[in-house]
Design a protein around this ligand. Structure first.
Ligand SMILES: Nc1ncnc2c1ncn2[C@@H]1O[C@H](COP(=O)(O)OP(=O)(O)OP(=O)(O)O)[C@@H](O)[C@H]1O
Ligand SMILES: [Mg+2]
Length: 340
């Protein structure tokens, strides 16, 4: 009997690998970064202090995935190390960051304590336990006060810092920078061929056999614009469109439609993590299509309720370009901004 709520799964065999929470078994085309990160972290297995690392690159290029992979590998290899993960967009202040670490390590303390007292609890835990602690700070450019990095390195924690912005740490105080002595690992946007292989791998575990032809996986790869998150969302959406039409195969038209949705979702997800001032800047650039830098600044100052300082303004524009929401053309004096 066919019911009203029957799902006619003609294409999707398993939707889980198409969701954000899924951790792929294989991280393709990240061998160089993997080796390098492992070499920086390795001393920790012998009980020594690891080298601090900075991972940077645009969205959806495997930075967080590689960190998760490393955490798993480490915890399968040794009991001497504990990695704690903090997303600095969700925990911007030093207090929030240290609280998150203390809570993840299940250290008994009073969360109402001041940051310095919490740090002392953390330090005495480090001294008491024989473990080394690696602190991973994702989206580190959102940190409200970089001094906390100094506190971490001074007390012997290993740091893995992650950002979309290559220049996230340029304004950091020289004293903090030298205490960090960071190794840098770049993640470039995937090429079409790399993306094709990543998407093919994902399609193989998610779709019924033969549901997508290679030539269409290639179309999805071209349209993902180097971002694996967008690529995987294109696969998911195009499969749903094809299933809605009762088709057994994904067609080019489904992919093109899915691309629009996936890019739209990406923009709104990213904007959702930004401040009102970032959003205002993005809105002005969207409205004007292409706007000279000086005009943008004037327009921003007119519209903003409480305009931010010049330095923060430059930082915010930098964030919008490094997140590839907008692009900047021309040299410093004649710079103009437009949508990607
Ligand atoms: N090399 C890869 N092989 C397989 N899957 C990948 C690869 N790189 C990324 N992905 C997948 O793409 C999605 C985004 O990856 P990830 O979250 O690691 O990106 P990111 O670089 O941290 O992006 P953001 O800067 O937006 O946080 C995840 O679902 C991940 O599984
Ligand atoms: Mg990430």
């Amino acid at each position: 009997m066919s019911g009203l709520f029957d799902i006619d799964a003609t294409i999707i065999k398993n939707e889980t690998p198409l969701t954000e929470a899924f951790m792929p078994e294989r991280l393709l085309h990240r061998e160089g970064q993997k080796q390098y990160l492992a070499s920086c972290i390795k001393p920790v297995i012998a009980g020594r202090t690891p080298r601090n690392v900075f991972l940077f690159g645009p969205t959806g290029v495997g930075k967080t995935s590689l960190l998760n992979w490393m955490t798993d590998e480490l915890e399968n290899t040794t009991d001497n190390v504990k990695t704690v993960y903090v997303n600095c967009w969700k925990n911007t202040t030093p207090h929030a960051i240290v609280s998150k670490i203390v809570s993840d390590l299940k250290i008994f303390t009073n969360p109402k304590k001041q940051t310095l007292e919490l740090l002392e609890d953390l330090n005495s835990y480090l001294l008491r336990s024989s473990k080394k602690i690696i602190i991973a700070l994702d989206e580190v450019d959102r940190i409200a006060d970089y001094d906390i990095l100094y506190d971490f390195t001074r007390n012997g924690y290993g740091l893995v810092l992650i950002s979309n912005d290559e220049f996230a740490l340029v304004d950091v105080d020289a004293r903090i920078k030298s205490s960090l002595s960071l190794e840098t690992v770049e993640f470039k946007a995937y090429t079409t061929q790399e993306m094709f292989e990543i998407l093919k791998d994902r399609a193989n575990i998610s779709f019924m056999p033969g549901a997508i032809d290679d030539v269409f996986t290639k179309v999805a790869a071209v349209n993902a614009d180097g971002d694996a998150r967008v690529g995987i969302e294109i696969l998911r959406k195009s499969a749903l469109f094809a299933e809605d039409e009762g088709k057994k195969k994904i067609e080019k038209e489904h992919i093109i439609r899915a691309r629009k949705d996936a890019l739209h979702l990406k923009t709104s997800q990213i904007l959702g993590t930004l401040t009102e001032d970032h959003k205002l800047l993005f809105q002005i650039i969207s409205e004007k299509q292409n706007i000279p830098s000086s005009e943008l600044h004037e327009e921003y100052k007119t519209r903003a309720k409480a305009p931010i300082s010049e330095r923060t303004y430059r930082k915010y524009l930098n964030t919008l370009t490094s997140l590839r929401l907008v692009k900047a053309d021309g040299d410093v004096r004649w710079r103009s901004y437009s949508l990607i």
